[in-house]
Design a protein around this ligand. Structure first.
Ligand SMILES: NC(=O)c1ccc[n+]([C@@H]2O[C@H](COP(=O)([O-])OP(=O)(O)OC[C@H]3O[C@@H](n4cnc5c(N)ncnc54)[C@H](O)[C@@H]3O)[C@@H](O)[C@H]2O)c1
Ligand SMILES: O[C@H]1[C@H](O)[C@@H](O)[C@H](O)[C@@H](O)[C@H]1O
Length: 342
């Protein structure tokens, strides 16, 4: 296919604006065809950032962007609560979608999306778990899959943000931030998560009033592995994402060295990225390029709606565990095959 893929971007906030720039300047084979945001000025600013409105329409309503001229695919970067409606609207129109995480924040809504896609009988959605496209995570995945270190016993994970946005809640540490570790653990280990417990240390004085930050989230898997995640979204000093896999005959650690190491005046200083747009820049680029390439070839690859649902179910159990202090099972619905619900 030689024609560029026309993409409608829903949501022109931090991620949406960055994806608009990426589609325009980094990714090949696609162009921004339409942008929707209820804050139309924000949408116009993002479009202004790629040189203006030539060939791009701006809308207040997501559905209007899906129906705009030249749209052949959709990138959803609105808040999680808006994703179910956006995904179902894209499915109704037969449009392939790349949807930012969390696919849908609640498990029941996420399952409705899985079922809607199963009724179509073909995949249409890729979910934005971009760590699967990060070079270090990919190396760790092939090492574990190769079996050289033996069976993985534990994953020790760290997820720190400099600060959280104003609307961030204690539940969002689990269902927004830790959703990345949930997906990474399922993918790295090739197993579903089976139970979750959340410990709540006394909150940092750097956290906003009432926010339970940090938290220690412990998952058990169906194959008997344990995954611990320190999540700390107001650490104040850097964006740090680490993962160590401890296996029967060795361990492997990623996420340690990202910035430049500057040695001067008798000391050495390593730069620490300040946010995800820097730390995972290459992963977002590869993720969107892979989506565009697959879409233009008539295929859908990468994490799918079942991964989005499984992450939502584990996160929902995690939020219950946070509230109750109890070990909480992760219960998944039976997985429908594509076409099963036709
Ligand atoms: N993959 C990652 O690492 C990563 C990083 C940050 C955010 N995200 C995800 O990206 C999504 C957006 O996050 P953000 O940080 O850009 O948020 P944001 O608040 O900066 O931007 C969201 C934008 O969506 C708009 N919006 C609200 N309802 C809408 C609707 N129905 N249709 C279209 N637009 C709508 C808002 O007006 C706002 O401009 C979330 O799902 C978030 O979890 C992912
Ligand atoms: O929505 C964001 C995003 O997913 C980031 O990758 C994560 O580090 C943040 O904690 C989360 O709030």
């Amino acid at each position: 296919m030689s024609e560029l893929l026309g993409v409608a971007v829903l949501g022109a906030g931090h991620m949406g604006a960055d994806h608009i720039r990426r589609i325009d300047a980094v990714v090949s084979g696609a162009r921004v065809a339409a942008v929707a945001d209820p804050d139309v000025e924000r949408a116009k600013d993002a479009v202004g950032g790629i040189g203006g409105l030539d060939g791009v329409t701006v809308h207040a309503e997501a559905e209007a962007a899906l129906d705009a001229p030249g749209v052949g695919a959709v990138l959803v970067a609105s808040p999680g609560e808006a994703h179910e409606q956006a995904l179902l609207a894209a499915f109704e129109r037969g449009l392939p979608v790349l949807c930012e995480k969390p696919m849908v924040p609640d498990a029941a809504g996420a399952l409705r999306v899985v079922e809607a896609e199963a009724r179509l009988g073909r995949r249409l959605a890729q979910i934005g778990f971009m760590r699967r496209y990060d070079a270090e995570y990919r190396r760790l995945k092939s090492l574990l899959d190769g079996g050289r270190l033996g069976r993985p016993l534990m994953l020790h994970c760290v997820h720190r943000n400099v600060s959280s946005p104003p609307h961030f809640t204690s539940a969002m540490l689990v269902n927004s931030s830790v959703s990345h570790e949930i997906d990474a653990a399922r993918w790295l280990l090739g197993q579903e998560l089976s139970a979750v417990t959340v410990l709540r240390p006394r909150p940092s004085s750097g956290a906003p009033e009432g926010l339970l930050d940090p938290q220690l989230v412990l998952f058990e898997t169906e194959g008997g592995a344990v995954v611990d995640v320190e999540v700390f979204v107001n650490c104040g000093f850097g964006y740090e994402v680490r993962c160590e896999a401890v296996c029967e005959s060795g361990s492997a650690r990623i996420g340690e060295a990202h910035g430049m190491l500057v040695t001067a005046a008798g000391g050495a200083r390593e730069e620490v990225p300040q946010d995800y747009l820097v730390r995972f820049a290459d992963a977002y680029d590869r993720q969107v390029q892979a989506w565009v390439d697959a879409t233009r070839a008539g295929r859908v690859t990468g994490p799918g709606t079942w991964d989005g649902y499984a992450a939502a179910a584990a996160a929902e159990a995690g939020v219950r565990a946070l509230e109750t202090g109890a070990r909480t099972p992760v219960v998944l619905a039976p997985r429908p095959a594509l076409g099963d619900l036709a």
